[in-house]
Design a protein around this ligand. Sequence first.
Ligand SMILES: CC/C=C\C/C=C\C/C=C\C/C=C\C/C=C\C/C=C\CCC(=O)SCCNC(=O)CCNC(=O)[C@H](O)C(C)(C)COP(=O)(O)OP(=O)(O)OC[C@H]1O[C@@H](n2cnc3c(N)ncnc32)[C@H](O)[C@@H]1OP(=O)(O)O
Ligand SMILES: CCCCCCCC/C=C\CCCCCCCC(=O)OC[C@@H](O)COP(=O)(O)O
Length: 375
Amino acid sequence: MGLVELLKSHILCHLIIGYVFLASGLLVNLLQLCTLPLWWFNKQLARTVNCRLAYCISSQGVALLDWWSGTKCTLYTDPKDYPMYGKENGIVVLNHNFEVDFLCGWSFCERFGVLGSSKVLVKKELAYMPVIGWMWYFLEIVFCKRKWEEDRIAVTQSLKKLRDYPENFWFLLFCEGTRFTAQKHQISMEVAEKKGLPKLKHHLLPRTKGFWVTVQNLRGSVVAVYDTVLNFRNNETPTLLGILSGKKYHADLYVRRIPLESIPEGEAECAAWLHKLYQEKDNFQEEYIQTGRYPGPIVNSPQRPWPLVNWLCWSVLVLYPLGVFLVSLVSTGSTLSILVSVAFCSAASLVFRWMIGQTEISKGSGYGNKGNNNG
Ligand SMILES: CC/C=C\C/C=C\C/C=C\C/C=C\C/C=C\C/C=C\CCC(=O)SCCNC(=O)CCNC(=O)[C@H](O)C(C)(C)COP(=O)(O)OP(=O)(O)OC[C@H]1O[C@@H](n2cnc3c(N)ncnc32)[C@H](O)[C@@H]1OP(=O)(O)O
Ligand SMILES: CCCCCCCC/C=C\CCCCCCCC(=O)OC[C@@H](O)COP(=O)(O)O
């Protein structure tokens, strides 16, 4: 292991990265809170300002993936569709097998200039997470309880609000509703059998209601569905802790652009369309496993330097006062103030570790398991 690798895997580096993320993130959350009065005077301006502020947070995740760990993300897509990416609103349908799929998603959003405005149908539990959950609130992210009777009205209302959003956005849907595990797969295939649907080898059976309600409510504002399949080379299953330790991975993303007008309007027809899409996704996944490639050519989608610039700026801004504080603490601080500071740093480290834990599949929800949500 070289010196740089050793440094990247050192806990002190992780603590510094965690401190920069939490301190800058909470500052941004505070700035977002200050934009509240603006919503009454100029809603569109408030939304644009919040997109820029959110970029300051999510692009730190991209900096970690692209610049710190050096992970490469390769895009397979039709070159004819490429110029449209980032220039129109799209619904992204992605497989949900990996702990860092959201980071790869963010990395592509960054490359196409839609990182600050990107949206997702996300489980309500994440709304309470400091920094990211609070940032999402100001981005008008759509939260769901994964209980349709309770979600139907709230999700529809949130989606309707996005119709006049002033920035181009991608709306991410993990239609499987939860991360892939062998047990959840087996249960969802039992459901597929009962419903007379063909079995899927690499995906859980998609939940169709969220997709239907999203397509219906964003029609006219969203132009296309981006069917996307994500995989990592060499059968790797990357983790956020691995990325934090500087481990380099190689992601391959397949994107297929489908015009929204080709998707049926009726609920049953739309559901059938989505089931067919997942059968096709399953075939692309199989092809990747067999050949290490997707259909279609690789298109160069270059990284931009802004996530790194943003990260360095925030690091200077929050590390300098920390340094000054630590020097004065060591030189003049009482034992009590040193103990309080140590306790505070330990609590912050625990919060950061807890946030990372939210990405770990082994700590995932029981949604989709037997006895849980219609399983
Ligand atoms: C060029 C590059 C392009 C792209 C780049 C890629 C991406 C970048 C884009 C954007 C990035 C933006 C942000 C990313 C950042 C972070 C996000 C990170 C993670 C958060 C994600 C989540 O939180 S996922 C969980 C929440 N989301 C969802 O659940 C969405 C899917 N779910 C639905 O749509 C649901 O329908 C629902 C949530 C709306 C309602 O849930 P409910 O459970 O009530 O669902 P249903 O009513 O649909 O379920 C009941 C029906 O399902 C049948 N059933 C029962 N058991 C099962 C089972 N085990 N599996 C499957 N189906 C089952 C049951 O029989 C019912 O059937 P019906 O016939 O009655 O419908
Ligand atoms: C330079 C600093 C960089 C910091 C990098 C960012 C670190 C942020 C730490 C945590 C980010 C948490 C984001 C959580 C979003 C991902 C969670 C997720 O993937 O949810 C799973 C959900 O779909 C389904 O849940 P279940 O599978 O049912 O359970």
